[in-house]
Design a protein around this ligand. Structure first.
Ligand code: 5RP
Length: 219
């Protein structure tokens, strides 16, 4: 199967984890796009969705799925989103699509994070994928120097501003052995809006698309 077919397979599989009549958290990316399409095709009745990006909002609305504001929702049972890397404990790097801040906000609303990913995203240790970090512009150089002190090379993602109007730094060269500790540390740096380590908001379940079929990993 191609990577695109694996993404479609996990998108379809995730539909079974959606409770009819609920409000659903919806992430961002090409895998999530497959999930949104499968959800619409399956005609699962929903009260609505809380979306993590303008891109997903548009796709949900195009399928006639109501999009609710996060501030009007107390809790979500399930949040479905992709990942750029996922490790054996369910810790992830996210933000390849620049939606990491809203993704973390919606994940924080949810009781359960269901990660949907093809097998290329599975890693032993996080960090080969450049770590996305959304920053306030005046802090970008300062944050980059802090990463350099940790052995990382941070570069601004060219031509990209997030839905919140901020730039993204992509940090190469990190080997993230302790995602919880590094996320907590980076969160203390002035000017960091969101770091793309999802350790406190890790996956509870991962539907992993493999050549042999969809594997369910529980963390
Ligand atoms: C967007 C994300 C995506 O979930 C991540 O980049 C995976 O995307 P894709 O499903 O296209 O591989 O974090 O900010």
């Amino acid at each position: 199967m191609t990577q695109d077919e694996l993404k479609a397979a996990v998108g379809r599989a995730a539909v079974a984890l959606v409770t009819p009549g609920s409000v659903l958290g919806v992430g961002t990316g090409s895998t999530v796009n497959k999930f949104i399409d499968a959800l619409a095709e399956a005609r699962v009745p929903l009260k609505g969705a809380v979306s993590s990006s303008e891109q997903s909002t548009q796709r949900l609305k195009a399928h006639g799925i109501a999009v609710l504001e996060a501030h009007n929702v107390d809790r979500l049972a399930v949040y479905v989103d992709g990942a750029d890397e996922i490790d054996p404990r369910g810790f992830m790097i996210k933000g390849g699509g620049a939606a990491l801040t809203r993704e973390k906000i919606v994940a924080d609303l949810a009781d359960r994070f269901v990660c949907i990913a093809d097998e290329s995203k599975q890693v032993a240790v996080l960090g080969a994928f450049p770590l996305p970090v959304e920053v306030i512009p005046m802090a970008a150089a300062q944050v980059a120097r802090r990463f350099a002190a940790l052995g990382g090379q941070a570069t601004a993602r060219p031509g990209v501003l997030t839905d919140n109007g901020h730039p993204i730094l992509d940090v190469r060269g990190l080997r993230i052995e302790d995602p919880l500790a590094l996320e907590a540390e980076i969160n203390q740096w002035p000017g960091v809006v969101t770091v793309g380590i999802f350790a406190r908001h890790k996956a509870h379940t991962c539907l992993l698309g493999c050549s042999t079929g969809v594997r369910t990993l529980v963390f």
